[in-house]
Design a protein around this ligand. Structure first.
Ligand code: DX5
Ligand code: ZN
Length: 215
């Protein structure tokens, strides 16, 4: 299994964003960008210009764009054009997941669906062959710094049994050096980490702590 750590910049210091991203890029596998519209979730974060700025500064970074927006089909192409490698959107935000998943793949990016904590993960089964990644929210989406919801372990197990090893299972919310081993054991292989990395002075050391738990 290929284990990957994604750094979520949501809890970075936005006045020093460039610096802080440059600090983590050499140590993580992906940069995770949480796009929020204040409608799908109760928070507004950032949009397309931030993604293009990060792409310009880090041509080789893997950019994982997590769309927490209503009408993802209307905006996804802009995030592809600005250099996202992976785009994920919420099943709860669209009735046409199949259409957007196939459009993303045709545009040459990895396509992923996201499910909120209370959403039954088996709902994605009918479109499983059209996704490269399933993101299981392990907190309610909207804010960094929340506590991991333990009941999500069972959901990760269900998802891994359903999808086999060919699809990335990503977890997002409350992942730190105490929770990462459990989500790995349940079957996750992509770990999004926000406040545990950006809340510390030595960000590289935090990533090392996480990798130690994965060994
Ligand atoms: C929550 C976001 C997460 C969040 C993770 O809606 O999708 O990516 O920033 O932050 P932590 O690791 O602090 O839970
Ligand atoms: Zn996220």
């Amino acid at each position: 299994m290929n284990y990957k750590i994604g750094a979520s910049i949501l809890n970075a210091d936005f006045l020093r964003l460039g610096e802080q991203i440059a600090e983590v890029v050499p140590h993580v596998d992906e940069i995770h960008l949480d796009v929020m519209d204040g409608v799908f979730v109760d928070n507004i974060s950032f949009g397309v210009p931030v993604v293009s700025g990060i792409r310009a500064a880090h041509p080789d970074a893997v950019i994982d764009t997590h769309l927490m927006i209503s009408r993802p089909h209307q905006y996804a192409k802009d995030f592809v054009a600005m250099g996202s490698n992976i785009v994920t959107f919420h099943l709860e935000a669209t009735d046409h997941a199949y259409v957007l998943l196939t459009q993303l793949r045709e545009a040459g990016v990895s396509a992923g669906l996201v499910v909120n904590p209370a959403t039954d993960v088996r709902l994605i089964e009918p479109v499983r062959e059209y996704l490269d990644r399933l993101l299981i929210m392990t907190v309610e989406p909207g804010f960094g710094g929340q506590s991991f919801i333990p009941a999500m372990l069972r959901k990760i197990e269900t998802a891994r049994a359903m999808l086999g090893d060919g699809v990335d299972i990503e977890v997002d919310g409350g992942i730190n050096d105490r929770t990462i081993a459990d989500v790995k054991s349940a079957g996750a292989n992509v770990f999004v980490v926000g406040s545990f990395i950006f809340g510390a002075d030595d960000k590289a050391a935090q990533v090392r702590r996480l990798r130690d738990r994965l060994d």
